[in-house]
Structure formats: C-alpha cells, structure tokens
Design a protein around this ligand. Structure first.
Ligand SMILES: [Zn+2]
Length: 282
C-alpha cells in the first residue's frame, strides 16, 4: 500500500493523496495531499524497528516522492506530538527543503527540542490552533481539536477544488476526557458541509465496543492507591500517554501532601506537649 496514489476523481488535475507511510501499519505516518503544483504534507513520523532490524534506531518513511517534487512542497502540517507523527522531521529537513512547518503548540515545543538536539537551525516552525486557517494556492486548510493521549491533538480538514479531505490524526471519542473535549461541533459542521474523503485510523479500531473513558481510569487508579496505601504499586504505561502519566503524578502528589500533613500534625502535637511539660515543670 506504501506509495499508493489515491485519485479523488477523474479530472486530469484531480487532487491526489500520496501515502509515504502509516497506511496499513503502525508508525511512520506521512501523507501528502497534492493538487496541481502544490503539495501539503501531513505528519512526518518514524516507526520503531522490529527485532530483526538489529542496530537500527528508527525506520523512516520513503522520502523519494518528495525529493522528486521538491519544488511543489508548500508546508508540513503536524497533527500531534507523538514520535510516529513528528519523529522523522530532523531527517526530512536534512534532505528536503520544507518551506514551513505548522504544528500545535505542544508538538511545536517537542519539534524545537528535537531540532536543537541535532543542531538543525530552522526558522519556519509555526504554532497553529483550532482557529487557524491556511491557504497554499488552491489548497485550504483548517484544524479541529480531537481527544488523544497527548494534549493539543488535532484533525485536519483540507479543501481543494476537487472536494474536502478530512484526516483525523490519532483519536478516541471520550465524553469525559482528562484534558479538553474534542470539538464535536466542528466535526459535525464539517460532516454537514460534506467530506469527500475521510482518512482515519485508530489503534484497535477493529475491536467492537467503546474505549474506557480516561476519567474512569483516573477513578480506578485512585481507588487502588486508597486500597493499598502503604504498599508498593508498580504502574506501567506508555511514556507518551501524557494524561495517564499526569494522573499517576497527581496521585503521588496527593500522597506526599497527606504524609506532610500528618507530619505537620505530629510536630504540632509535640509542640503542645513540650509547652505543657514546660508549664507543669516536670
Ligand atoms: Zn498519537
């Protein structure tokens, strides 16, 4: 499926979607929307090597399509700050000229650190939010907030003369999320106005039923800590699941504050006792 071109209709200059990675696989997400002489890239991720790729740190998308069409590239748009969406940016910038990168604020900070680590100077990294609208010749772009395990995750709606393409980024529907709610109204509006091509995938999307809300995970973890207050609890989670990590840190802070409060109380008891002892002159 890699490198497969999807034509939106039979017009001679019809919009094309060129997939360089992330279709039918986990990781190295990178799609391109091309209309006439303009290309907008969506995400530039890495995937992590399987055990047979000994000594390999990252697996990158195949950039050869971009090398061949360098002069048409207008911008790279980032949906969110996970490695499988931003990880290949330093390698991309070393081989291809990207006129501008637009990312949500959180992802922008992560990209800036990544570039600094590799001593790459790049002055065209911009933050967007869900009110930002961009235009690159015939390609119009807007963004909408979605719920994911990192803050500031967005879907992207792209309009060309051939129709509207919506890519969701990684998402889950959670009506009681930790963090901001997805912009369901904007999604519904886009749906109402009409979407010609929806590009969407989500891990475990083929499993039936609903994902557990993150606030239920919060309650369950709090209950567990209440149940075993002085025992060792080991928690494993994806390091990139920022919201879940913040739940665990909040519980930890609550425990520390409890201990300090108990300690402060003991100190007060000792102070009162000492005063009493001094008064009664024992
Ligand atoms: Zn993600």
């Amino acid at each position: 499926m890699k490198g497969e071109n999807i034509k939106m209709n039979n017009k001679p200059n019809g919009t094309k979607i060129v997939v360089l990675g992330g279709l039918g696989e986990v990781g190295k997400n990178m799609y391109c929307v091309m209309h006439k002489d303009s290309i907008v890239i969506i995400d530039a991720g890495v995937s992590f090597p399987e055990s047979e790729l000994m000594g390999v740190d990252y697996v990158l998308p195949d950039f050869s399509f971009l090398k061949e069409n360098q002069d048409k590239i207008k911008a790279l748009l980032i949906t969110h700050g996970h490695e499988d969406h931003i990880g290949s940016i330093p390698f991309l910038l070393q081989s291809i000229k990207i006129p501008a990168i637009y990312a949500p604020r959180h992802a922008k900070e992560l990209i800036a650190v990544k570039l600094e680590d590799r001593n790459i100077r790049y002055d065209s990294l911009y933050a967007y939010d869900d009110t930002t609208k961009l235009k690159f010749n015939d390609i119009e772009v807007e963004f909408f907030l979605i719920t994911h395990s990192v803050p500031d995750s967005h879907g992207i709606a792209i309009k060309t003369p051939d129709g509207r393409i919506v890519t969701t980024g990684d998402f889950k529907f959670d009506l009681t999320p930790i963090g901001p709610m997805a912009d369901l109204y904007k999604m519904a509006t886009l749906g109402h106005e009409g979407v010609d091509l929806l590009i969407s995938d989500s891990t475990n999307a083929l499993n039936e039923g609903f994902s557990t809300s993150e606030s239920k995970v919060d309650t369950a973890l709090n209950d567990m800590f209440d149940q075993y207050p002085w025992q060792r609890i080991i928690i494993a989670t994806f390091a990139s699941n920022i919201y879940r990590t913040s739940i665990v840190l909040n519980i930890f802070l609550k425990l520390v504050i409890n201990i300090i409060e108990k300690y402060v109380y003991l100190v007060e008891v000792w102070k009162i006792t000492l005063k009493y002892l001094q008064k009664v002159d024992i």
